[in-house]
Design a protein around this ligand. Structure first.
Ligand SMILES: *Cc1c(COP(=O)(O)O)cnc(C)c1O
Length: 427
């Protein structure tokens, strides 16, 4: 097959390749990326864009980081993959060790999966099987928060926002879960009414509930919604009262994004199961993890099958584990929280003027997340073009223009991102 020109590549892409949340019959525009380095994507034709998305919140150290490149190269020279059934390897062990050390104390056992959605599936299976092992086979539904997002596989979808487009078409095909309201917006909001509703709901369904799942403090793809960490303490309390498993989906919030290493730390409480993904490998390769407590592992071991019936082909892929080790160390061995504070300040300052634009209903920041919320759905193509014309890559969704930049983004690039977001919100 001959080398294709850029326009031939894009033509094939348009005719044959699915993109995320896209149509094959009416595809949206796509841009061809040829290289990426630091915080910049280089497009076919040579233009460069500052990536304000960290490639969907993963590339926290930017692209072609020498330490991460070196880790992949070194592991490639040993083995890129080996099955995890009956075999093990140093990259998985070192990564497991790091995660057990960094996450709340009682999370001691690590299941490596290959994507965030699968980690959520594993977490839900763990919770249901734990309940069976403890003699409660009827406890198999899950309570979730409205407005949440936990992935695109069927089990994960069942705990996503029940009204959202991700979910509605498949409602009949999904397990019917129990939803409490979305907690009120704001870190310091009054949560009294939400708490009463949630406690009442949990009490009513206690006999059939296995678990509660949420994204702590920041609901990401469900609307970049920030809420009071107090709600997490309420959920912990409810789980303790009714013997439910508390699952924190930290796939988006983990590894510093919200200002604490894990968002659970905002509330000072620990879940029974924690899901990690996205930034785990610094955006190099796909890998996720579901960590659980010894109590969960023991309950599961007491169930009829005794084993956790899950085992992805690429479980604990050595290349992915090796780069994850390098990425996590790179993060925690430096003053990452100073970078997050610096980015938070720059986003807060740089986006302030957007609050005065017509149609802007809210501007908010939390850690290295900056959001402009509109009173209407964003015209994604126009907003993306407006930002690209100012040298920035963003991918708005619904009524949100937002940034989740790599932690290495410099102050000048942060200012450029804020200008581009403001322009995108004005189209
Ligand atoms: C992205 C995301 C997922 C799904 O992860 P994938 O790797 O895309 O399957 C699950 N939960 C949360 C909170 C996420 O942000």
């Amino acid at each position: 097959m001959p080398d294709l020109t850029e326009s031939q590549l894009l033509a094939f892409d348009r005719d044959h390749l699915w993109h995320p949340y896209a149509s094959m019959t009416a595809p949206g525009p796509t841009r061809l990326v040829t290289h990426a380095h630091g915080v910049r994507l280089r497009l076919g034709g040579g233009a460069e864009l500052v990536d304000a998305m960290s490639s969907w919140w993963c590339a926290i150290h930017g692209y072609r980081h020498p330490v991460l490149d070196e880790a992949v190269g070194r592991q490639l020279g040993r083995m890129s993959h080996v099955m995890f059934g009956g075999l093990t390897h140093e990259p998985a062990i070192t990564l497991g060790h790091l995660l057990v050390d960094l996450t709340p104390d009682h999370l001691q056992h690590v299941f490596f999966a290959d994507s965030g959605s699968v980690a959520v599936e594993v977490a839900l299976k763990m919770a249901i099987q734990y309940q069976r092992g403890r003699g409660h086979p009827g406890k198999r539904r899950v309570m979730a928060l409205s407005g949440g997002y936990h992935g695109d596989t069927l089990g994960a979808m069942s705990v996503c926002d029940p009204g959202g487009g991700m979910h509605a078409m498949f409602a009949e095909a999904l397990p019917q879960q129990v939803f409490t309201s979305r907690p009120p917006a704001g870190l310091q909001s009054d949560t009294t009414a939400w708490e009463a509703e949630t406690r009442e709901l949990a009490t009513r369904h206690a006999a059939e509930l296995a678990a509660v799942i949420c994204e702590p403090v920041l609901q990401g793809a469900g609307g970049m919604h920030v809420y009071n960490p107090r709600c997490l303490r309420v959920l912990r309390d409810i789980c303790d009262e009714h013997g439910l498993v508390l699952v924190f989906d930290e796939i988006a919030t983990g590894f510093g994004r919200t200002g604490t290493l894990f968002a659970a730390e905002h509330a000072g409480i620990a879940p029974d199961i924690m899901c990690l993904g996205k930034a785990l490998t610094g955006g190099y390769l796909t890998l996720s993890a579901a960590l659980c407590s010894t109590e969960i592992a023991a309950g599961l071991g007491a169930s009829e099958s005794r084993v956790l019936m899950h085992g992805p082909t690429f479980m604990a892929n050595p290349l992915a584990c090796a780069v994850a080790v390098a990425s996590v160390k790179l993060l925690v061995e430096r003053d990452w929280s100073a970078d997050i504070r610096r980015i938070e300040t720059a986003l807060t300052y740089g986006l302030a003027a957007a609050g005065a634009l017509p149609g802007v209903v809210d501007v908010r920041t939390l850690g290295a997340v900056g959001v402009i919320q509109l009173d209407r759905p964003v015209d994604v193509a126009c907003a993306t073009d407006a930002a690209a014309a100012r040298g920035v890559w963003i991918r708005p969704f619904r009524d949100l223009v937002y940034a989740m930049p790599p932690y290495i983004t410099g102050d000048d690039d942060l200012a450029t991102i804020c200008n581009a977001m403001t322009a995108a919100a004005a189209v």
